[in-house]
Design a binder for this molecule. Structure first.
Ligand code: DGP
Length: 115
């Protein structure tokens, strides 16, 4: 079932995406509905539906998501100005796609608290 997530289709190149970084197990691409001048999604190539499904075996993989976020920020030129990373979880967290993804938002001053 998880193999049918929309993001697995991007991993398998079945639907197009503007990919900016790819490693052995992580992909970063532009969000289709950007909420800031820069908005990328960093995902594992393997589908883990939500933070609630993570296990200790995923510890290194989650670390890699942040290292790729850092790589995107440097490559796209907003590392110095700063950026926000967000991973939504579940209904109240505002998660729509059940394949964990780290949002990387930049290019404007972020507000706090988030909506
Ligand atoms: P979330 O609400 O945290 O689950 O975020 C899902 C994000 O995924 C949302 O910002 C829009 C983005 N998204 C959904 N479908 C696609 C797609 O097919 N391609 C791309 N590039 N982004 C998508």
């Amino acid at each position: 079932m998880s193999d049918d997530s929309i993001f697995m289709k991007i991993v398998r190149r079945e639907i197009p995406a503007d990919i900016v970084v790819e490693t052995d197990d992580v992909l970063a691409f532009r969000d289709i509905n950007p909420q800031a001048p820069h908005h990328y999604l960093v995902i594992p190539k393997r589908c883990i539906p939500s933070i609630e499904d993570l296990t200790p075996e995923d510890e290194a993989l989650v670390g890699k998501l942040f290292l790729v976020a850092q790589q995107v920020a440097r490559q796209q030129g907003f590392a110095e100005d700063g950026y926000r990373t967000v991973m939504n979880c579940g209904r109240d967290g505002g998660q729509d796609v059940y394949h964990i993804h780290l949002h990387v938002l930049a290019g404007r001053r972020m507000q706090w608290p988030p909506g």
